[in-house]
Design a protein around this ligand. Structure first.
Ligand SMILES: [Zn+2]
Length: 191
């Protein structure tokens, strides 16, 4: 478990350093059997120690000291629906979240796994930290590995932490590419 907790911290540092999360936003979890290790509430993902990671059971009971992320029920809801998912990375990465705040859909670009849908699935806005968001996210992700939360952010899931983290990086990069394309298409050609 100690090694796994260390891996969560590595992923948190990596997504923070890549600018996918900032301030105290974002949360990361991993499932080990019937226990989920998750980042704490109200702490920056850039400043976590091993003792900050909170263990909860599938019913959401806290097994260690500390308070889990306010999105713990969203993570648990997805784990309960998806036996193939063992890690979840939730960010407000700026380009993908820009799309989430707009009426533009994000295409699934080539470069990360099978393309099941031409566009990334999304759910309508629900207040962060609520049971409504937890329920909607667990249903909305279906069997996909990404979910855009309208007016909020992005969820990426994977078989392990590294997969979920790499996907979060890929989604942000492909949102940046699509943003650049939209901008370039909107300017007049120079003479
Ligand atoms: Zn969030």
């Amino acid at each position: 478990m100690k090694k796994n907790v260390a891996e969560i911290i590595d992923v948190c540092n990596e997504i923070y350093n890549k600018g996918l999360v900032s301030g105290k936003a974002g949360n990361v979890s991993a499932r080990f059997g019937d226990v989920v290790a998750i980042t704490p509430t109200l702490k920056s993902l850039s400043q976590l120690n091993e003792e900050d990671i909170v263990l909860v059971n599938m019913e959401g009971n806290v097994l260690t000291k500390g308070k889990p992320s306010s999105e713990v029920n969203m993570h648990l809801g997805i784990y309960k629906k998806r036996s193939d998912v063992n890690a979840i990375v939730h960010t407000h990465s700026p380009y993908a979240t820009g799309f989430a705040f707009s009426d533009k859909k994000l295409k699934r670009l080539e470069g990360f796994g099978e393309i099941k849908n031409p566009y990334l699935p999304f759910i309508e806005y629900e207040k962060p930290g609520t049971d409504e968001l937890a329920k909607s996210a667990a249903e909305g992700i279906g069997d996909d590995d990404v979910l855009i939360l309208k007016n909020h952010g992005v969820i990426c899931v994977g078989d392990d932490l590294k997969e979920a983290m790499l996907l979060a990086v890929f989604v942000e990069e492909s949102a940046k590419t699509q943003f650049n394309t939209l901008m370039l298409n909107s300017v007049e050609e120079l003479d």
